[in-house]
Design a protein around this ligand. Structure first.
Ligand SMILES: [Ca+2]
Ligand SMILES: [Ca+2]
Length: 225
């Protein structure tokens, strides 16, 4: 094959690949953040170790691994639990963020999270949200004590409004080789806030007061009809 033909074929393949990626990147909006619909919308990743101790990553349907993923109690709270086979358990959802309702709007994510590790000084949990260009640690300013007690986290996620292919990821990692570490999760939702009313500048208020004063003066002088 001539070099130019190779180039054209290569370019065509690249185009198809990019188009395919764009097509695959089309996702639903975020759903089932309260787990009232089971694991619908959610995916899992489990990490084990091979014979030489290297990590082996496995994409799973959470419902297929009830030892690692459960929905418990009247509140239908999701729990991620690691064990001696799967020392890291992740739950994630890929979705398209809804656009802002109007100029000046902002958007928050809120969720309940509680961490029950064997040792909070060595085990690790993470909650992240992001797309290809920008990722955020949703627990960066949350204290370990709050996580151990259970806490409602709220973070501004306005930069992702209207973005495609955003991922929300919760990961529970055993580090101290004592497994059975648990993350509880629930009530994950997004809320939009309208911009606060624009304050009227003092100069405008003074102008209006002046105008009213003028009306009063004219009335007194009998000049106003
Ligand atoms: Ca729930
Ligand atoms: Ca542990």
């Amino acid at each position: 094959m001539k070099k130019s033909s190779v180039f054209v074929v290569g370019l065509a393949m690249l185009s198809f690949w990019i188009l395919g990626r764009v097509f695959l990147a089309q996702a639903d909006t975020f759903r089932n953040g309260d787990f009232s619909n089971g694991w619908s919308g959610w995916s899992g990743e489990l990490v084990s170790a091979d014979a030489s101790g290297l990590p082996v990553f496995r994409e799973v349907q959470p419902g297929d691994y009830p030892d690692n993923y459960a929905i418990e109690g009247a509140e239908e709270t999701a729990t991620l639990t690691n064990d001696d086979t799967y020392w890291q358990v992740s739950l994630y959802q890929d979705f398209d963020m809804e656009p802002l309702a109007g100029p000046g709007y902002s958007m928050d994510i809120s969720f309940y999270i509680k961490w029950i590790p064997s040792d909070s000084t060595s085990d690790i949990l993470s909650a992240t949200m992001g797309d290809a260009s920008n990722e955020r640690d949703l627990l960066a300013d949350i204290s370990t004590d709050d996580l151990l007690n259970g806490v409602n986290v709220m973070q501004d996620v306005t930069p992702w409004a209207g973005k495609h292919g955003v991922e929300l990821n919760f990961t529970n990692t055993d580090i101290d080789f004592i497994t059975g570490d648990v993350i509880e999760l629930d009530d994950i939702h997004f809320t939009q806030h309208a911009p606060s009313p624009v304050p009227v500048p003092a100069s405008v208020i003074l102008f209006v007061i002046g105008l009213l004063g003028l009306v009063g003066t004219r009335k007194k002088a009998g000049l106003w009809r």
